[in-house]
Design a protein around this ligand. Structure first.
Ligand SMILES: *[C@@H]1O[C@H](CO)[C@@H](O)[C@H](O)[C@H]1NC(C)=O
Ligand SMILES: *[C@@H]1O[C@H](CO)[C@@H](O)[C@H](O)[C@H]1NC(C)=O
Ligand SMILES: *[C@@H]1O[C@H](CO)[C@@H](O)[C@H](O)[C@H]1NC(C)=O
Ligand SMILES: *[C@@H]1O[C@H](CO)[C@@H](O)[C@H](O)[C@H]1NC(C)=O
Ligand SMILES: *[C@@H]1O[C@H](CO)[C@@H](O)[C@H](O)[C@H]1NC(C)=O
Ligand SMILES: *[C@@H]1O[C@H](CO)[C@@H](O)[C@H](O)[C@H]1NC(C)=O
Ligand SMILES: *[C@@H]1O[C@H](CO)[C@@H](O)[C@H](O)[C@H]1NC(C)=O
Ligand SMILES: *[C@@H]1O[C@H](CO)[C@@H](O)[C@H](O)[C@H]1NC(C)=O
Ligand SMILES: *[C@@H]1O[C@H](CO)[C@@H](O)[C@H](O)[C@H]1NC(C)=O
Ligand SMILES: *[C@@H]1O[C@H](CO)[C@@H](O)[C@H](O)[C@H]1NC(C)=O
Length: 878
């Protein structure tokens, strides 16, 4: 299926964002309708804390460097040079005087986008199915190390949003799991892996970016939806804390250097200028010390976004390839004319430079040794301007032994949903390999730009979250290699619609039919087969259901392998006795074939499903909003299901899933016994009190003489369409900004307290001054230690993935929530201990009145078992 590709960069140039002003300053929201959800203002924007644990040394070094910088140099760090102006998907300005090169920001969460001789790892959702902290860390470290070796400073991953509210959400595969605990653990391990490799991680997309439809009004107009504003995710405070913000808190605690704000609005205020989410939740309550960066063209205003907590704008031009920026010269001017306080630009620079020191880059920024826009060895350094012919691709091979790691991890992330004993395969006489999803894309593994099609085996989905395959081992190739060793007969048919040939093959004596099917989705700027990013439906593509039904009607040894971006409906055929096994392989990356063979032949230990397989689409409770519902205004997406997504919804409504969250078979059997709950601490929780210091400034006060900020023709050469920090002219106001409608936009209005530099109260649920970012340190106090014995009662070694759930009790609460897991290898006959710790946060709920976490009075229970519905052990938490 060919993709209909929309022009990149359809992002709307900003529409004025201001409703009627209550007083002389308007609210900085697009809320034109008083009955719509509203995001309360939160100012001033918090400045860094010199004593935040983990960041002290980075802060001190950054202070030294930033104190030497001029206003123009600081602005340069905050502003991208423009779409395709430099070699990466985003590049900042540089500080040549201090030897600091342009920072390269590059996709993606699963590899190095647009680079050659780099690896294509599994999707985030796939690695989540390993439930293995070590494998999650190793994958991220591998990606980070490759990016480092390509000269990248800021990696645009991992993903904790979308979390997967709607199973059809287009980018769920980039993230981990609709469970916030699992996603939080995976995000933290990934951040540590990436940053240990010496690259700044970017946790994205902050926040509530749960679907592709309407995320950008301009993109939606390209699909003929007549809307003027991007959609709004309307979320209540409790749901925000307990579900969507939860994994971001883990990321902040893990020391993430950067967080990307999202395209869509939250309560009708754009993600990159929402002071409640950026200033309030992220920098205030969580005490985030790194920098925020806009999603590409997600910035909608200059001053407003600066005051609301945005620290870096990408790719720098407000609409792609315009050379016009909300920041650059406009930010310089905004500081000089006093609408953005000096401490705010200093804080932006401090956050960026501190993150560089935190991961060990410091001032020694490397340049990219590859180019995102052409594979040619020589070409223009500044692609859009076609300027600066030189070597731009050095074709550095950064793969190391990652191929073997990818194979191993993807195999251990493969989930056996059903097995009547046919697996593991053992020298089968005859293998019939059926389905387009088993073979290659005839146009090559990278035949569709940004993987925007669904031809051949699905090993990676489409959009910016992609990488080029250095090679792609298809299932058919690896199966054939295995068959040759075993002297098995093997025949493959890749045409899903060749039923007459397939029938002839699979109805033969001894046939083991391996039917490969898939379901794909991706990012909203590409439409594949009418799927505008988000999936239209939850069924298999390419008539996969008919194919399975047909094959299993004539073959009683049918094994179904699914490559997909999340659940598909198995309802019609999963319990057919001729469907002997069902295996979910996610999106395994470049080693797809070798990993699936490792599982099918029993050499690898499988994982567990990180989402629910429901019988009907409605069973999930939440869905994508497919049609605008607010006239031409922002489509309103009310998250009315609250925290009840995925298994929590089915549990609450007593709906039987086909395969529950956490389910997965193994090669052996396990028994659970001897649950022990030990109370470790009952220390009272002390809300954080106290104040920050006053906002500091660094270095010399900028001169008010505007002539000092014009383009320095004598020292640098102007590059066409580049975004610079310089003023247009030395005259003030409109001319200096270069705006034709100066004074007509929202930018010059100041919200209350936006310029306040006095000490600010610390958030009661936030870290104290000498604590680690992420939240009040006591939220991580261990209150209970839980252990259980797991015995391998089978005949072979196996990995068990024990899961711990807690029922927090109380009306409307989920029946139970995941709060612990491990992956343990157990020899036959052997018993091992599963141990987990429950922190204060794990047993608390968000209290909207006190604006803090509280342990409610309701009776609480802890459960341990092998899935969200197989929980043989339980005990009260007292
Ligand atoms: C405001 O929004 C509500 C809910 O979408 C709608 O019913 C109403 O017509 C809107 N009012 C105006 C003035 O647009
Ligand atoms: C959004 O509005 C809801 C309902 O008023 C409120 O509970 C929540 O705190 C708001 N969140 C943000 C980020 O504005
Ligand atoms: C800003 O960055 C650009 C692009 O890297 C560079 O040419 C220019 O010299 C920098 N300006 C300052 C003041 O450092
Ligand atoms: C949008 O509508 C125009 C005019 O009817 C049509 O030509 C175009 O194909 C449509 N685009 C999409 C993406 O449906
Ligand atoms: C669901 O979408 C896929 C991909 O576009 C398509 O192949 C399939 O036919 C659709 N299923 C149904 C039942 O319409
Ligand atoms: C399934 O079998 C029917 C005939 O029984 C045939 O018409 C149909 O095309 C087949 N579909 C697939 C996908 O194999
Ligand atoms: C499958 O069908 C064949 C032929 O009818 C039969 O001999 C065999 O026992 C069946 N196998 C299973 C596993 O049911
Ligand atoms: C400096 O360069 C800019 C951009 O090319 C040009 O518009 C301007 O006239 C030049 N100024 C001087 C004084 O040469
Ligand atoms: C500053 O912003 C205005 C509109 O907000 C724009 O017209 C102008 O081109 C911008 N200036 C620069 C140097 O990008
Ligand atoms: C200051 O400069 C910024 C950036 O050009 C502009 O948006 C804002 O309106 C100006 N404010 C005043 C008071 O001149």
């Amino acid at each position: 299926m060919r993709a209909v590709q929309l022009a990149a960069g359809l992002a709307a140039a900003s529409a004025p964002l201001v409703a009627a002003a209550p007083e002389h300053y308007p609210v900085l929201q697009s809320r034109a309708n008083e009955s719509l959800a509203y995001s309360p203002p939160h100012y001033p924007s918090p400045w860094m804390n010199p004593t935040a644990v983990g960041w002290e040394a980075a802060y001190a070094k950054a202070r030294e460097l930033v104190s030497q910088m001029t206003l123009l140099e600081k602005v340069n760090l905050t502003t991208g040079t423009g779409w395709q102006s430099d070699q990466c998907v985003g590049n900042t300005g540089s500080v040549p005087r201090l030897g600091i090169k342009s920072l390269c920001l590059q996709d993606s969460p699963l590899g190095t986008r647009f680079a050659d001789y780099a690896s294509a790892f599994s999707s985030g959702q796939t690695i989540a199915a390993s439930w293995d902290r070590g494998l999650i860390y190793q994958r991220a470290h591998g990606i980070g190390a490759e990016q480092k070796a390509k000269g990248i400073s800021v990696m645009l991953g991992p993903v904790a949003g979308p979390i997967g509210r709607a199973p059809t959400g287009g980018r769920n595969w980039e993230g981990f799991s609709p469970d916030p605990y699992l996603t939080g653990v995976a995000a933290a391990e990934s951040i540590k892996g990436i940053q240990d490799a010496g690259v700044i991680a970017t946790l994205k997309h902050y926040i509530a970016n749960e679907q592709e439809h309407f995320r950008q009004a301009g993109e939606a107009r390209g699909y003929n939806y007549t809307i003027d504003e991007s959609s709004s995710s309307n979320i209540d405070d409790k749901t925000m804390h307990e579900l969507y913000l939860w994994p971001f808190a883990d990321g902040v605690r893990a020391g993430v250097g950067s967080i990307m704000c999202s395209y869509q609005q939250i309560n009708n205020s754009y993600g990159c200028q929402n002071s409640a989410t950026l200033n309030g939740l992220l920098k205030g309550e969580l005490g985030f010390q790194g920098f925020t960066v806009s999603d590409w063209a997600a910035q909608h205003a200059g001053v407003s976004s600066a005051l609301a907590g945005l620290d870096m704008t990408m790719p720098g031009d407000s609409a792609f390839n315009t050379g016009v920026s909300f920041w650059g010269g406009n930010l310089t001017l905004a500081v000089l004319n006093g609408t953005v306080p000096e401490y705010r630009i200093d804080d932006m620079a401090m956050r960026i430079v501190s993150a560089l020191f935190l991961v060990g880059i410091g001032a020694d920024v490397q340049e990219a040794n590859f180019d995102s826009w052409t594979k040619s060895t020589y070409g223009p350094k500044h692609y859009y301007a076609k300027d600066g012919q030189q070597q731009i691709n050095y074709h550095v091979d950064v793969q190391g032994n990652h191929g073997d790691e990818i194979r191993n991890a993807a195999a251990k992330s493969t989930v056996i949903l059903k097995n009547n004993g046919i697996l593991p395969l053992n020298k089968p006489r005859f293998l019939a390999v059926i389905g387009q999803d088993a073979g290659p894309n005839p146009r090559g593994p990278n035949g569709c730009p940004d993987r925007g099609c669904n031809d051949g085996t699905l090993a990676m989905s489409w959009g910016s979250g992609t990488a080029e395959f250095p090679y792609l081992v298809t299932p058919a190739e690896a199966l054939q290699y295995q068959a040759l060793q075993d002297k098995s007969r093997i025949e493959s048919i890749f045409d899903n619609y060749a039923w007459s040939q397939i029938r002839t093959l699979v109805s033969q004596q001894y046939a083991h039919s391996l039917v490969f099917v898939n379901a794909n989705s991706g990012e909203g700027y590409i439409n594949v087969d009418g799927n505008e990013g988000d999936r239209k439906n939850l069924t298999l593509w390419g008539s996969g259901d008919d194919l399975i039904k047909n094959v299993s009607s004539v073959c009683n040894q049918t094994i179904v392998v699914i490559h997909s971006v999340g659940p598909v409906l198995l309802t019609d055929w999963y319990d057919n006795p001729n469907v002997s096994a069902i295996v979910w392989a996610g999106e395994p990356g470049q080693e797809s074939g070798r990993s699936i063979v490792d599982v099918l032949y029993g050499r690898a230990q499988p994982g567990r499903t990180p989402f629910t397989w429901a019988a009907k689409r409605e069973d999930y409770g939440a869905d994508v909003l497919y049609e605008p519902n607010n006239g031409e205004g922002a489509p309103q997406q009310d998250f009315t299901e609250g925290v009840l997504i995925d298994y929590r919804y089915l549990d609450a409504k007593n709906i039987e899933p086909i395969y529950e969250f956490g389910h997965g078979l193994s090669w052996t059997t396990f028994e659970y016994s001897n649950l022990v709950v030990e109370k470790v601490s009952d220390a009272a929780y002390t809300p954080t009190t106290g104040q920050t210091a006053a906002a500091p400034t660094f270095g010399e006060k900028p001169s008010p003489d505007l002539s000092q900020y014009t383009f320095p023709n004598s020292t640098i050469r102007y590059i066409y369409n580049f975004v610079y920090p310089y003023l247009n002219t030395s005259s003030s106001g409109q001319a200096a900004s270069g705006a034709s409608d100066y004074g007509q936009t929202a930018d010059e209005f100041l919200p209350p307290h936006a310029l306040d530099s006095t000490p600010q109260p610390l958030h009661a649920a936030g870290p104290a001054l000498n604590q680690q970012p992420g939240g009040n340190a006591q939220l991580w106090d261990v209150l209970y230690r839980v252990s259980a014995t797991i015995t391998n009662t089978g005949k072979v070694e196996g990995d068990e993935i024990p899961q711990l759930y807690v029922s927090l009790g109380g009306p409307g609460e989920p029946v139970r929530v995941l709060r612990g897991f491990d992956r343990l290898s157990v020899a036959p006959g052997q018993s091992v201990q599963f141990c987990a710790e429950l922190t204060r946060r794990d047993v608390s709920n968000w209290d909207v009145v006190s604006q803090n976490w509280v342990i409610t009075e309701h009776a609480k229970t802890v459960y341990v078992g092998s899935s969200s519905r197989k929980l043989p052990l339980s005990a009260p938490l007292k």
